[in-house]
Each structure stands twice: as C-alpha cells, then as structure tokens.
Design a protein around this ligand. Structure first.
Ligand code: GLV
Ligand code: MG
Length: 325
C-alpha cells in the first residue's frame, strides 16, 4: 500500500439513482415510495428555461413537505455557466438544506468549479447553522471534465461520487451515438479473413475508456463511481447489459431515468447470494487461520490471497448495507 491514505466518502447505498424533473411535482410522491436508493430532483436539463423558477419552488416545497423516508436526496443544480445556478444553490440550501443530502453538479469541468460551489454551500451552511454537511456528486460529461477528472475528484471534502453523463459526454466529444448510453455497431472488430470461414463482427463498448477512467479517479479518491443514463426505457435487456458492464468495471450504481429501471439497477448492482456466501466463508477462513497462527489462508483447497480478502470485506459490507436499507 502507498503511505497515502484514501479517505472514503460516507457509506451510502447508491445502486440506483432516479432522475425526477423538478417541473413535474406529480412524480415526487411516487419516487418517494419507490425502491430507489438515491433521488435527484432536477433543475437542469429536464427543465425548460421558462420553468426553472417554478421548478426550484417545487423542489424546495417537496424537500420540506414530502416524507422521503430513508432516501438519499439530491438536487441537480444548473451549470456554473448559467445565471440560474447561484439561485439554485442559495434558495435550495437556505430553504431546504436540512433534508438535502447531496448537490449534483452537472458538466463540472475543473477543480475550480467544485471550489466555487463548495465556497457558496459552506457559507450558507454556516449562516443557517446546519449541523449536517451536504455532499457533492459530480457529473463527468464533457471533454474538459474528463480531462480534469482526477483534480475534480480530489477538489473537495464534500465529494461523494462521480457520475458518467454519457449523453452530454457524447455531445461534448462529438461521439457518434445511436441511443443514450447504448452501443454503436460501428464500434466493432471484424475478425481476420480466414480461408472460407465467414468473418465475424464483435461489437465493442464505445464507453469503456471513459467509464474506466472515471472509475479510477473516483476510487483513487474514495468516491463512488456511478454510471449514468440509458435512454431506451423500453429495452430492459439493453439497460441491464449496460449496467453489468459498468458494474464489472467497478461502478456501484446506475441512473434510472424511468421508474422501471430502478429494479434493474438494484438487481445488477447488488451482490448475488452465492457471492456473499463465498465472501463470508473467505472471511471466516481468514479468522480461523489467524486464530491458529497460520500465515496462509486456504478455502476449498485453494490459497486465498489478501486481495481476495479485501474484496470479500467490501462484498460483505455491501450486503450489510442492503440488508439494513
Ligand atoms: C446526463 O446528464 C447526461 O448528459 O448523460
Ligand atoms: Mg447531462
């Protein structure tokens, strides 16, 4: 291990994160009763410019009045390049900051963007005498944000998670996409010509590099990496495939832009029973070996290394969080 200790963000379940437009208050109660882990009430791209002011009022009222239970509550503010953003922060944090857990910052481009919001939130929290500190979630969704992802991840003690905003990222990098978060058949490998055998096409994941880069920056700073939207909510299989790819790379959650995607995210992002049982057995084998003063730990005739033990600890802790939710 490096001598540099990585401080972990507060442990929160973040398997699913539901986007709810602030301009659609009719959707709030249903979201509060859903099985989602985190809800973000949106002031940014799901809200038309002439609805921004009313959406802000809706969100403030809803944070104060609706029983959100144990949901983690977030508000996506407008970008720092808009004149809506300062009022989003001031009004929402002043008037509903007690029930707000997180602020989601879209299109974050530099560490200075994070610093600016941190400065504002810190002043408001101090002035209001809030005891709880509001955390930050950042959407990495521009070429600039991806270029500076490591500095952004390290820019504030409030940082909790990085999110891959694939729709804006595609726009920013001018990637050729088909559907939001989906794959493009042009991003494929054609097998070599091989005699008479027909050549096969293997589809690739065009988001692999971006997602993997974001996961590394998040984990190196103790943050949760979260995969963003999948646009076609009538394609649950496509959603699950995207969620699984993200989970394999280390993401611990995925957005739901439709309530039907919540269960899919929770399913993919929860460890399976067999995995948890195996992890528990690894930890038991480790404590037995330690009690017996043995250096090497084995299970089912195989040596277990310390990397597997650390993975088992993460798995068992996640299962505990899910059981407690
Ligand atoms: C999310 O905001 C995205 O752009 O994908
Ligand atoms: Mg976006």
């Amino acid at each position: 291990m490096s001598f540099h200790a990585i401080e972990q963000a507060p442990a929160r379940l973040n398997r699913s994160e539901l986007a709810v437009p602030g301009s659609q208050p009719g959707m709030f109660e249903k979201a509060a009763k859903s099985d989602v882990d985190v809800i973000f009430l949106d002031l940014e791209d799901a809200v038309a410019p002439d609805e921004k002011v009313q959406a802000r009022k809706n969100i403030i009222q809803a944070l104060n009045d609706i029983d959100w239970g144990n949901k983690t509550m977030s508000v996506r503010i407008n970008g720092l390049d808009t004149h809506y953003m300062y009022r989003d922060v001031v009004d929402v944090v002043e008037q509903a900051g007690e029930r707000l857990d997180l602020i989601m910052i879209p299109k974050v481009g530099t560490a200075a963007d994070v610093y600016a919001v941190d400065m504002m939130v810190t002043q408001i929290e101090d002035a209001m005498g809030y005891k709880k500190r509001i955390g930050f979630e950042h959407i990495i969704e521009t070429a600039l944000g991806m270029q500076n992802v490591s500095e952004i991840a390290a820019a504030s003690k409030r940082n909790e998670s990085l999110h891959f905003g694939v729709a804006d990222y595609a726009a920013s990098t001018r990637a050729r996409t088909t559907i939001i978060g989906g794959v493009n058949p042009d991003y494929s490998v054609l097998t070599d010509p091989d005699g008479d055998a027909s050549r096969a096409t293997h589809w690739g994941d065009m988001w692999h590099y971006a997602l993997a880069r974001m996961v590394v920056a998040a984990r190196a700073n103790g943050l949760r990496p979260i995969d963003g939207p999948f646009g076609d909510f009538q394609d649950p299989e496509g959603y699950k495939a995207a969620a699984k790819r993200a989970a394999v790379l280390g993401c611990e959650g995925k957005w739901a832009i439709h309530p039907s995607q919540i269960a899919l995210a929770n399913e993919v992002m929860s460890p399976g029973d067999a995995e948890v049982t195996k992890a528990q057995r690894i930890l038991e084998a480790m404590s037995e070996a330690e009690a017996a003063g043995k250096g090497a730990v084995s299970l089912d005739g195989r040596l277990i290394d310390y990397a597997s033990i650390r993975q088992a600890e993460v798995m068992v802790e996640k299962a505990r969080q899910i059981a407690a939710a």
